[in-house]
Design a protein around this ligand. Structure first.
Ligand SMILES: [Zn+2]
Length: 216
């Protein structure tokens, strides 16, 4: 309609050169991590599953930091000294408050403008509402993934106890003994065969490996 956009511009993250620098740095970080995991062995000696898992984890971590940085660079959610509270009274701007949310990319710590209403003795962050984060500490993407009621109705287990005790049995009892220190690659190298053994897939692994050697 020929109307020019008004209001505050998005973000303090400069476009162009600086962003290119961030992108290159993020990419370099992922590549360096993967190269460390791979080590000096030849491709045929890779534990490909461990590399896949670790590479995905690292890529998610870097992506989470990029999203976090972009959101936190935009401080336009501070819309003046007061905002109307639901009660009708003005809520006063207090400052920026940090909160860590669980997201599909992993934890994200967001810095949001916080307003406090004296009559209600309650506060709110407009950005939480804008991003669909007002109901707790999980992102909309995670909430969609954890449709507990739906899963329970289908007879599926939604308790984390099974996974937690699995972690304790598979990883804790092997990697958290007194005085132990691990590199990511070293821990992966121990955990992968241990999980195969505990899952009853140890022989499958060696069979697959033997078949691959024959085929090579
Ligand atoms: Zn109020």
């Amino acid at each position: 309609m020929g109307r020019r956009p008004t209001g505050s511009t998005r973000g303090g993250l400069a476009r162009g050169g600086q962003e290119g620098g961030f992108k290159a740095a993020f990419e370099a970080e992922i590549v360096a991590e993967i190269e460390t995991l791979v080590g000096t062995g030849t491709v045929d000696d890779w534990d490909f599953e461990a590399i896949e898992t670790a590479a995905r984890r690292q890529a998610m971590r870097v992506a989470a930091r990029a999203v976090e940085r972009l959101i936190n660079a935009d401080t336009s959610d501070c819309a003046g000294a007061t905002l109307p509270c639901a009660c009708g009274q003005p809520a006063r701007y207090i400052g920026r408050h940090d909160k860590t949310f669980g997201s599909v990319l992993g934890p994200l710590t967001l810095s949001r403008a916080y307003y406090h209403c004296e009559p209600c003795k309650k506060g709110f962050c407009p950005r939480d509402h804008a991003l669909g984060l007002q109901d707790g500490s999980l992102s909309p993407g995670v909430l969609r993934m954890v449709r507990y009621a739906e899963f329970r109705a289908a007879g599926l287990c939604t308790s984390t106890g099974v996974v937690e005790s699995g972690c304790k049995t598979a990883i804790g009892t092997r990697c958290k003994r007194s005085g132990m220190h691990w590199t990511v690659a070293g821990a992966d190298a121990i955990i992968a065969p241990r999980c195969r053994t505990l899952s009853g897939r140890f022989e499958d692994f060696w069979e697959r490996r033997a078949q691959r050697r024959v085929a090579a």
